[in-house]
Design a protein around this ligand. Sequence first.
Ligand code: NAP
Ligand code: ZN
Length: 351
Amino acid sequence: METKIVKAFGTEAVNVPLHSMKIKRRELLPHDAEMEILYCGICHSDLHQIRNEFGGATFPIVPGHEIVGKVTKVSEHVKKFKVGDLAAIGCIIDSCGKCENCKDDLEQFCDEGVTFSFNSPDKYLGGATYGGFSETYIADEKYVLHVPETLDLASAAPLLCAGITVYSPLKHWQASPGKMVGILGIGGLGHVAIKIAKAMGAHVVVFTTSPSKVEDAKRLGADEAVLSTDAEQLKKYTRKMHFIVDTVSAKHDVNTYLNLLRHDGSVVLVGLPPEPLEVRAFSVVTGRRSFSGSNIGGIAETQEMLDFCGEHHITADVEVIPIQQVNEAFKRLLKGDVRYRFVIAMASLKI
Ligand code: NAP
Ligand code: ZN
C-alpha cells in the first residue's frame, strides 16, 4: 500500500520520554478523508498507555485521540466533507459495520474488534495505529466527525473523548430534571461531565478529593460539591443519588459511593483504574443497586454529543501547550495538576 511519511511525537518504550519521530500514514482509500491536525487533547488514557498500565501496549506509541483540525484532501467517494471543513476524530477509526453492536451504532463494542485511533492493530499498515500527536490523520469519512462552528476549536478537542465518555452514560442513565446525578472525580472527564449533566437539567453533585476543586466545581456549574475525604459531608448524601458517574483513574473504594445511591441506582464506572476494584455484597443487594460501566460512545452518538455541546456552548477548560512540553504535561497530569485538560497546539510540531 502507498504511504506517506509525516511528523509525530511518540515513544518506543515505557519511561522513554516522548520525542519527535517520523511515522507512515496510508495514501487515501476511496472513502478516506485526510485532515491536518490543529489541536489534540491529552487524556489520562494516553498516560495509562504510554506507561503500559493495562499491559499489551504496542510500541512505538504515538498517543492522542482527541483530534480536531481541517480537511486537506478527500477521496472520490467522500460525501460528508470538502477540503477546508472543520473535522474531528475521536477514539474510533474503524469497525466491522456488520455485527449487532455496529448495527446498533455501538461500534465501540464491535464483535470483530473496533480499531481505536491509537495503539490498536492497523488493518492496512500492520503494527499499531498512530494517534493525534502528529501532523495528519487519515480515516474513512464514516469515522470523521463535524465540529460545530460555534465552538472554540482548541477547547472542543477534549469533547472527542472526555465529552463522549460522559455524555453516553449521562444519556443512558437519563440525567434530567428531578434527578440527583453524582460526578466522582473532577479531571478532564469529570469537569466536562458537570457541564453536560447540568445542560441535561440534572441536579449535579460533585465528589472530589481536592479541596481546591470544591469551589471551582460550582463555577463549572455543579449544584453541590462535596469533599469526599470528609465522611461527615458524604453521609448527607446516603440514599439520595439516582446515579453516579465515576471518572476516577486510580484505585478507590466504590462501596462508599454505592452507599449513596437510592434504590435501583447505579455507580457507572468510566475511569480505568488498572487494579481490580472490590464490591461488597451489601453495597449492591441493599436497594437493588448496581455497579456498571460505560466505554466512550459510538460514532452517531459522538456526533450527537458534539451537536449538543455546540447548542449549549459546552467546551473543556483547557491549558494549551506546544508539543515540546508534552512530557512535562504528562507528569503534571499524573499529579492532578491541570485545570482541566491539556491540549496540544499541533502547529508546534512544525518548529
Ligand atoms: P484526570 O484528568 O487525571 O482525572 C482523574 C480524576 O480522578 C482526578 O482529577 C481526581 O479528581 C480523581 N483521582 C485521581 N486519583 C485518585 C485517587 N487515587 N483517589 C480518588 N480520586 C482520584 O483523568 P481523565 O482524563 O479525566 O480520565 C479519567 C479516567 O477515565 C482515566 O482512568 C481514563 O483512562 C479513563 N477514561 C475512560 C474512558 C472510557 O471510555 N471508559 C474514556 C476516557 C478516559 P479529584 O481531584 O476531583 O478527586
Ligand atoms: Zn481518552
